[in-house]
Structure formats: structure tokens, C-alpha cells
Design a protein around this ligand. Sequence first.
Ligand code: FVH
Length: 293
Amino acid sequence: NARAHEPQTLSILGLGAMGTALAAALLDRGDPVTVWNRSPGRGDGLVERGAHRAGTIDEAVGGSEVIVTCLLRYASVRETLDPLAEALRGRTLIDLTTTTPDEARELGTWAAKHGIDFLNGAILATPPMIGAPGAQLFVSGPAAVHERTRAVLEVWAEIVYDGAEPGAASLVDLAMLAAMYQMFAGLLHGAAMAASVGMRATDFAARAVPFVAAMVPHFAGDAEIIDGGDYTVPGQQSLHFSDLSDIIRASDGAGANSSTLRAVQALIAEQVTLGHGDEGMARIYESLRREED
Ligand code: FVH
């Protein structure tokens, strides 16, 4: 039922790797799309497949009800859109550029000031994943804008609505990336340790990936403890036991840089000092989340 949505004319501003993938997915579904890129020479393949190339950015904005920006970063969005505030009035702007929560809020305020319906979006997918299972798109902004545009967005990814506050989608996106980068830093640190006994990184990966994949689901249990507010739940390995000192000695002995592990050790030590040594790893959430609700 690919076309069971209210058709809305749509322009994509920015034909980098991601903007091109977004436009291609619309063409795959048979939807019309107008495309624009700052520099010429991008989007020829899209035009060959039926996309309309706007000659100017004014044409791209003036010709569609929904304007999607997918640019390098927030500064490029403002540089591109600020001169077009009046042309955007009464239209819908969906920004899929990676932005910080504060930047998304600022863009939301700017849009409201100029009578522009605004939805902030954060893509959790690589360009080849767009339109395929596994791609996710977090969106936040007024519910009415989300509901009106959802059928269009669903061609790209599974949509997760993070509520009316525009910064929320960016915050959750960057929180997921924070988790991912720290996990990869951990794997790289492990590979650096294993190198001291002559293990190649590929061999370490072959053993570490299934192990970490089996461990990751345990985070759901930690999350239940955090939400329940009782860190004394029995059956957890205590912070006294997992103070990481053995691992750090092994890392130092292997000549690896132990700084990422020492950062985790400091969080554990803080909670032990505060008297929570008998509790489990979930407790260090209290050292990480310093702000009150
Ligand atoms: N690619 C990915 O895997 C990630 C997945 C997660 C989300 N991101 C975000 O998507 C935004 C765009 O990423 P991209 O991969 O399309 O990036 P590029 O291929 O480098 O294309 C950048 C486009 O931005 C245009 N641009 C840059 N500066 C300006 C400016 N000042 N004014 C107007 N347009 C500008 C650039 O145009 P040009 O250089 O060809 O003229 C490209 O169209 C990004 O936020 C990711 O974090 C993708």
C-alpha cells in the first residue's frame, strides 16, 4: 500500500551521500521529488531517474509544501535557510542534519517566529540502509506536524516520535552515538591489549564480537534496576569485586593505553566511596547522571 498517504510535494536540500539516498528512496516508491544542492554536479543520477532539479534554491523552497534539509551541520542549515525565512512561511521544514539538541531548539524557535512548521529529525542509518529494514529515524516537534508528515518519512526508515520538544530527537540520537563510540573504544582497547601476545585485530574481533553481542542484552536488566530506583537488587556482581584493578594492571603490563578503562574505574570508585560498593554496575549511572530531573 505504498501510496496510501496524502501526497505532499517535497524538496530535498543537500545532495550529499544521505540527501541522495533520501531522494532515491522517494523515486523508488514513485514519488515526485525536487532536489537542490549548493554546488553543481551532484544529483545527475536522480534527475535521470525523474527527480526535478530546482534551478535555484528559491525554486526548491517555493515549489514544495515540505522542505527537507540534509546538510553538513547546523551552521550550513542556517546559512542556507536564513535568507529564505519568508519563502518558507506556511510550509513544513524537516531538518535531518545532525544537530545538537540546543541547535534543534534554536531552529525550532526560528521556524516558529517565521510561521514555519518544523520537525527535527535524526537519522540512525547509513545511506545504503535508507528504505531498508533496520534504518531508524527519530523525530521531534509538534505532534500535528509529525502526523502529517509521517507517511512521507516512513519511506526512509522506521519512525520513532520523541515528542513535541524539538531537541529530543537530537538528544536521543547523540546519546545512542555516545554509547556506540564508547563501546567501540572498548573493543579497540581490547585489541590493543591482545596485540601484546601477538594477536591480530581480526582474530581478536572474531572472539570479542560474539562475546560483546551476548553481553549487551544485559544492559536491559541494568536499565530496569535504574528505573526501579533500587540498586541493591540481589544477584549483581558488586562494585567492590569489579573495581577493574586487575584489568588495568593487565592493560598497563601489555603496554596499552588504559585511559578509557581508568575513566570507568573512577566512576566505580566514586560510588564505592559513597558507600555503594555492595551494589552492582548499574549504580555508576548515578555518577554519570549528575543533573536532577
Ligand atoms: N552519511 C551518514 O552515514 C550519516 C548517517 C547519520 C546522519 N548523517 C547526517 O546527515 C547529514 C548529511 O550527511 P551526508 O553524508 O549527506 O554528508 P555529505 O555527503 O558530506 O554532504 C554534505 C551536504 O551538505 C552540503 N553543504 C555543506 N555545507 C553547506 C553550506 N554551507 N551550504 C549549503 N550546503 C552545504 C553539501 O553541499 P556541497 O558541498 O556539495 O555544495 C552536501 O550536499 C549530516 O548532518 C550527517 O551528520 C549522515
